[in-house]
Design a protein. Structure first.
Length: 381
């Protein structure tokens, strides 16, 4: 059997994806128990509901197998407030460590973006969410396009104000079986949001930390145009998120989407695949006109070595239902665009299988007790 020093050296390969350092340097290796043919390791997490538990289990066991240890166990506890404060000081982190207890029950986070506006990200997000819900999945949508919020209107939610629970958590509104959160619920419908980076960061943090999302199979995040503050903030808050690229067929959109992919790689968001939207205009009679050209989505997928999940045509019904506030897939599943979106939703499900059985061995998540209720800065009812 390896020695404790051998094990600590091997565990330096286990990196915390949020803090970008190994668990030994971070002081997160609480205990090492060496038994007869077995090694057990206890890792201290920054929060009891850390969404990255499975990452640590897999990485620790891989490191131990490299030492010839085939039978191992991984357990968790939580850093004390004093230990977290010391870790923050050591790392030079201002404010709180990456939290995550409120998103720990979300299995898959998918950021939907393109790097530019006008490619139909929001209508695609809404219809994908409804399609995933119709497949029996629990789904939430976060409208991260703070300046150009349109998700509430597309779900027919208008200017309703979300309620607040007794625990001071914002309860997302629901439409078509999808939980929805947007800055549009907190400002007058036609108001312009004029914010710089720090305000954006704070708002997105609240949408994740102070919203009671509950258990979700998928949280879809509608990104704004560009490759700046919002994407970097989400990468910091949700290091397990994946990036789904949307492009139209023409080279101009394809090139911008390629830059968005580069941004995602730089901030360490996983690239999931490509969707070609507005893939020709399909008339009610079924005729197709490639008004934006052909093949851009496949070209982008080939360049990035990613799967092309599908090609969604532009139809009159797709636009009409976005304005009517009811996702097209919910009311007209036979429309060409609805059929393509449903096909894409099934591809997403196939590419995000259930978490491996190793999670069944983990202790159940328990709520983190706070010394005092945490308020929210967003205006509440």
């Amino acid at each position: 059997m390896p020695t404790r020093e051998d094990i600590l050296e091997a565990l330096k390969s286990v990196i915390d994806p949020e803090l970008k350092k190994d668990v030994v340097e971070l002081g997160m290796v609480r205990e090492i128990t060496i038994g007869e043919g077995r090694v057990d390791v206890m890792i201290s997490l920054t929060t009891n509901g850390c969404p990255l538990r499975n990452h640590f289990v897999v990485a620790v066991r891989k490191a131990l197998r490299g030492l010839g240890v085939e039978e191992s166990g991984v357990e968790f506890d939580v850093l004390s407030p004093e230990e977290k404060a010391a870790l923050q000081k050591k790392l030079g982190i201002q404010g709180s460590l990456p939290a995550g207890e409120n998103v720990s029950l979300i299995k898959n986070v998918i950021c939907i973006g393109s790097g530019k506006g006008g490619v139909g990200k929001s209508s695609l997000t809404v219809n994908l969410a409804a399609a995933l819900a119709s497949e029996g999945k629990s789904v939430g949508v976060l409208d991260a396009d703070v300046w150009g919020y349109s998700i509430p209107r597309m779900f027919g939610l208008g200017a309703e104000r979300p309620p607040v629970s007794a625990e001071r958590k914002i309860l997302p509104l629901e439409s078509q079986g999808v939980k929805v959160m947007s800055i549009g619920f907190f400002v007058p419908e036609d108001s312009a949001v004029v914010w710089r980076g720090p305000m954006l960061h704070k708002a997105l943090n609240q949408f994740l930390d102070d919203v009671e999302w509950g258990e979700l199979d998928y949280l879809l995040i509608d990104l704004p145009p560009g490759t700046g503050d919002v994407s970097m903030t989400l990468a910091q808050l949700l290091p397990q998120a994946q990036f789904l690229l949307v492009t139209t067929p023409q080279p101009a959109a394809q090139k911008v989407a390629q830059r968005a992919a580069e941004m995602a790689t730089k901030v360490q968001l996983g690239l999931m695949g490509v969707i070609e939207n507005m893939s020709g205009f399909t008339t009610p009679d079924g005729e197709r006109y490639p008004i934006f050209g052909d093949g851009g989505g496949q070209d982008l997928a080939d360049q990035l070595d990613l799967p092309l999940f599908g090609k969604v045509p532009l139809t009159m019904a797709l636009r009409e239902q976005a304005d009517a506030g009811v996702p097209l897939v919910s009311v007209n599943p036979d429309d060409a665009a609805a059929q393509a979106i449903r096909h894409i939703s099934r591809g997403i499900i196939a590419s995000t299988p259930e978490l491996p059985p190793i999670l069944a061995e983990l202790p159940p998540l328990m709520p983190v007790l706070q010394n005092e209720p945490k308020g929210a800065s967003l205006p509440m009812a």
